[in-house]
Design a protein around this ligand. Sequence first.
Ligand code: IPE
Ligand code: MG
Length: 293
Amino acid sequence: MLLSQSPAATHPQPQLPTSSSSSSRRTHRSAPPCSRAGAAPAAAESLLPPGLRAESLPRHVAVVMDGNSRWARARGMPSAFGHEAGRRALEDTLRLSRAWGIRALTAFAFSHENWSRPKLEVDFLMGLFERVINDSVAEFLRDGIRLRVIGDCSRLPASLQRTAREAEEATRTNSQLDLTLAISYSGRRDVVQACRSLAEQVRAGLLRPEDIDESLFAGELETSRGSDELLPCPDLLIRTSGELRLSNFLLWQSAYSELFFTDTLWPDFGEADYLEALCSFQSRDRRFGRRNL
Ligand code: IPE
Ligand code: MG
């Protein structure tokens, strides 16, 4: 779905997608794909904690959920224990995002590089993702949450692929909040598959090289899959656990994201941490290269 670059306090209804093919031509907005923080829906204003301003909340928050294993280890437990606790932190973050009027949440659940972890842990995580999606679909339908799973789905167990596809289909017309789970995701791979898709369109005579611009390119990224129009780039990108890097997450899309790093381990990430990140975001001067006179 799309949250277009609209003036504060106006939130156009999302377009229903008409195509799910990454290589199909899309209607691209003339405006740049990355946008400034927009407004929260008026209905959410009363639920906002003191200190947050509805008119300058991020529309799209991305999170690198890191530190599950350290959290578990500190308790003498295996990593699976930390991943289960991380699931609860994600559910809390989703609930708060919805309550506060944030319209898109993208969570890095499993990177392309995470395939190199022990098979036991990888198998646990794949099972966890399937359970999370299965257990949440009814709630997503009730709360108007649209789910997308991005990443190299071909590497996922068949049952997880099926569960993800069915949940995406079931929630396709929801428009309160876009939840994107990045599983087996690589930002570099995302850029490469977008290049490949455009190259194929050129080869097929559907496109001229000189027609390729940032907007067209962004439309081929996995974060745009299944929509006629573009999801806004993350306004705020949060990483937990004290690591100060992007680790191959949303490389194109984070070009103008405000970054927030916290030492809090992901399973401990709660309302106070989220508030701190949002308050920090609201204190930033987002100039996008312009000079403020
Ligand atoms: C993040 O926690 C979850 C995944 C990457 C799947 P980690 O398991 O990376 O936890 P740390 O960073 O090793 O503590
Ligand atoms: Mg880690």
